[in-house]
Design a protein around this ligand. Sequence first.
Ligand SMILES: CN(C)C(=N)NCCC[C@H](N)C(=O)O
Length: 275
Amino acid sequence: MPNRIPERTARPRRFLMCRPTHFTVDYAINPWMDPERPTDTALAVRQWEHLRTLYRRLGHTVELIEPLPGLPDMVYTANGATVLDGRALVATFRHPERAGESDAHQAWFRAHGYREVRRAGHVNEGEGDLLVAGRRVLAGTGFRTDPAAHAEARALFGVQVLSLTLVDPRFYHLDTALAVLDDDHVMYYPAAFSPDSQALLRSLYPDAILADRADAEVFGLNAVSDGRRVLLPEPAKALAAQLAEQGYEPWPVDVSELLKGGGGPKCCTLELRPA
Ligand SMILES: CN(C)C(=N)NCCC[C@H](N)C(=O)O
């Protein structure tokens, strides 16, 4: 009997985004950034506007945080916090170039009625490394987020937090190597993880979609899923085909300019999970 394609259900989401008004690459804190390569801020804004419009068209709510001059990476709001049950754990960045973003996010969450807003006591780059999967948090470490931040997240959110070690500097945040598709389904690039973390992922998600190197290298895993529709960088063709085979709707987006900073659709999108 042929395998049945599972029925996928979309759930409306609430996202926080930041217009890339001040986007440029004038420092390099990840292997994708090259300050010698010109950037086109107007194009970055157009690509970002398209992403925002798409979310709205798909029925999601987009809230905005004001972009600040001198913080060109602020467009990557996923790194600003992790939000679960109305509690915001605000990022503490590894690199001084991004440190100013923490105050901006803290102020935003305080002004928007979150029941608890806490600044991380250890290096913690928000949803770049802490991905919420149902009532579990998958937590990356190796390049940015400190393992001690995982314990802090466990204490604040009161959910299971599972540590995963990244081993390839090109996949420096968990959300470059793994995407949560649904509460209990993920896709990931195995070679980005240590052997122990690969084994853990295999046991947790035996039916995960596995990305190949080519799709991982175009940031195909830096994707946003609402349970059925999956927005991902358009060059990740094989991954889009795999998603379709598994009952998802791939929505390819052009984020070529934003990739110059080392981030794709997911990096530009922080999910707000109310109480
Ligand atoms: C998918 N990724 C990596 C993100 N969640 N964020 C992008 C951060 C980019 C920034 N220039 C940096 O290197 O911090």
